[in-house]
Structure formats: structure tokens, C-alpha cells
Design a protein. Structure first.
Ligand SMILES: C[S@@+](CC[C@H](N)C(=O)[O-])C[C@H]1O[C@@H](n2cnc3c(N)ncnc32)[C@H](O)[C@@H]1O
Length: 311
């Protein structure tokens, strides 16, 4: 079974590691994985492109060919590329001269393949990935340039797209399934969901927010529905919804007159118990009914740390 590698950007490490594993498990529930600092290695039937194309925090991804102690042990079982480049990714705590390593490995591969070296436009990149415990050799022909949905209307309290994308991925939904965001605001979660093929339905009690969401969706030719109503409208559509992914009001920033804790409590109480829920809220609200959820803290600035809960 192929081993894939994913080098993370370094933001929100635990969240980013879990995102990769969660995506892989959507397509192969038997995915095995190991993580070390910014590196996640998965063993699954899922092509790395599928995972990297969805993930918010993956910077480089590819196949693992094997491990090595000495460069003489490096073997690559891949068809000869037209042109290749060799890159070192040092994730270890030691200072390593990557350029020298690349200059040593490059000629060995060049000789065995008879291929050109091209640093500017390689058809295959060989990665020498060094951690404190292992040295991996990996390869990839994928350039990560995710197509981003456009957002014509922004708003000060909107969710960062990477967090929204990551939350969608943690919901475990595959393409064609339906997500609901009952506090959709400007539609960030809806946009991220639809950009990876997940249908979405937004609800917001503020007419202006619904207008903004609709405009942001139509700008991208997306078809997600937006309903101008309070969150309890979800009860009417719950049979069409596979997961709830949402960013609940933070209190003073919201137009809601109900205190955030009460609002969240009321909201969770109407959700079917088995409904998958990925919810972000402001740290400091004590939600004992989410005791069993996995939680991640995400620092934004000195007066806002968010908690992402996955139930
Ligand atoms: C934190 S904002 C969501 C921001 C959104 N994630 C974005 O990126 O734009 C919360 C939203 O909940 C809406 N809201 C507040 N109380 C509500 C209620 N009772 N029912 C439905 N929507 C509500 C507000 O109008 C606001 O747009």
C-alpha cells in the first residue's frame, strides 16, 4: 500500500495533522498514519493529490519511496522523468546543509535515470525529508496551487478561509454530501465546502448577511442555498443534511440578543444526537455538553482565541 507524505505549513499543527488524516479516512477508513512535527505520513489507498487538493494546511505532498541512512541507499522506483530537481526539507532540530546533500544525491539519480536536472521546471521533484528520527526520500510531480473561491463581500468577523476549509474537512464529508452552516454570515464555510464538491445550505437571521453570502456564492457560480431564518430552521431540513459545520456568534460582535452560551446550548439541543458537528466558538464559554468532543484552540489575537470542537 502506498505511503504518502504531507509537509504542513506549521500553523495550528495538531489541527493540520488531524485534517490530513481525516481527509484520508474519508476515502479509506483503514488509513494508518504517523506524524512528526510538520510531517504526516499516511499509509492508505488514497492518492496524495486527493488529500493535498482538499487540505488547508499542506504545503508540499507526494509519495514516499523509502527511508535512507546513507545516500548510497537511495533507490527510486519511478519511471524516468524528463527532468528532475532534488530538494531537501529539513524538519529536524539540527542544522543541515541541504544544498550539499542535493548536490550529492542529484548526480546519483541523474546517472541511474539518464535524465536532465532542471531546477526551474522539473517534471518530477525528489524530496529528501529529514526529521529527528528518520530520513525519507519522496517524490512528487504536483505543484500545489489550489483554486480559491472568490469573495467579493468581506466582513470584519468572517472566518479565515483555511480554518473554514479545515473544519469542512474535519466533518468527514465526501463530494456530493450536504453540509449546513446555520450561522453562515458571509458564507465562508459554504464557499469552502462547495469549492471541494460538497453541497451546502446556509442559514442566517440577518437579511444583509444572507445577501452577502448569496453574492459571494453566485460570484463563483456556486449553487449552495441560503435561507434567511433563525438557526432552528435546520430542524425542517435535517434529513437533507449530513453534517453541521458552523461558526457561532461570539457575543458583542454578533447582532444576536441572546448570550452566546445560551444560544449555543439551544442550538445544540435541537440537533439530532448523531449529527456530525464541527463548531467554532470563542474560548471562555464553558460548554460541558461538548465534553466528549475533540477540541483545538486557535489563537487569533489577544482578545480572541477560538475553539474548534469536533463531535
Ligand atoms: C460569527 S458570525 C459567522 C461568520 C461567518 N463564519 C463568516 O465567515 O462570515 C455568526 C453569524 O450568526 C448570525 N446569527 C446570530 N444569531 C443567529 C440566530 N439566532 N439564527 C441564525 N443566525 C444567527 C449572525 O447574523 C452572524 O452572521
Amino acid at each position: 500500500m502506498p505511503h504518502n507524505f504531507f509537509v504542513l505549513s506549521g500553523e495550528h499543527l495538531e489541527l493540520a495533522q488531524d485534517e490530513v488524516v481525516s481527509i484520508s479516512k474519508i476515502y479509506d477508513q483503514y488509513t494508518e498514519h504517523e506524524s512528526e512535527s510538520r510531517l504526516v505520513i499516511t499509509k492508505s489507498t488514497v492518492p496524495f493529490e486527493k488529500i493535498a487538493g482538499r487540505a488547508a494546511f499542506v504545503r508540499i505532498a507526494g509519495n514516499i519511496s523509502g527511508t535512507f541512512d546513507d545516500i548510497s541507499e537511495i533507490e527510486l522506483h519511478v519511471p524516468r522523468p524528463d527532468a528532475f530537481a532534488c530538494r531537501t526539507i529539513n524538519l529536524s532540530s539540527k542544522k543541515i546543509d541541504g544544498v550539499t546533500l542535493e548536490r550529492e544525491v542529484g548526480p546519483i539519480l541523474k546517472k541511474s535515470w539518464g535524465a536532465r536536472v532542471s531546477l526551474s521546471s522539473p517534471s518530477l521533484t525528489i524530496y529528501l525529508i529529514l526529521t529527528d528520527t528518520k530520513r525519507y526520500v519522496g517524490y512528487s510531480d504536483m505543484i500545489l496551487e489550489p483554486k480559491r473561491p472568490e469573495k467579493i463581500f468581506k466582513y470584519p468577523h468572517e472566518l479565515e478561509w483555511k480554518l473554514a476549509r479545515c473544519m469542512v474537512n474535519l466533518s468527514g464529508l465526501r463530494e456530493g454530501k450536504t453540509l449546513c452552516d446555520p450561522f453562515c454570515g458571509t458564507g465562508t464555510i459554504l464557499l469552502e465546502a462547495e469549492s471541494i464538491g460538497i453541497r451546502s445550505i446556509g442559514i442566517d437571521f440577518d437579511e444583509k448577511m444572507c445577501y452577502i453570502s448569496e453574492k459571494n456564492l453566485s460570484q463563483n457560480g456556486y449553487e449552495s442555498r441560503v435561507i434567511n431564518s433563525t438557526f432552528d430552521y435546520i430542524q425542517k431540513i435535517k434529513d437533507d443534511v449530513d453534517a453541521v459545520v458552523t461558526d457561532v456568534p461570539y457575543g458583542s460582535a454578533s447582532r444576536s440578543s441572546v448570550a452566546p452560551k445560551k444560544l449555543i446550548q439551544d442550538f445544540i439541543s435541537i440537533l439530532p444526537k448523531k449529527m456530525k458537528l464541527v463548531m467554532v466558538y470563542k474560548k471562555g464559554i464553558d460548554l460541558d455538553y461538548l465534553d466528549k468532543a475533540k477540541k483545538y484552540e486557535v489563537y487569533r489575537h489577544k482578545s480572541l482565541t477560538r475553539v474548534i470542537a469536533v463531535r
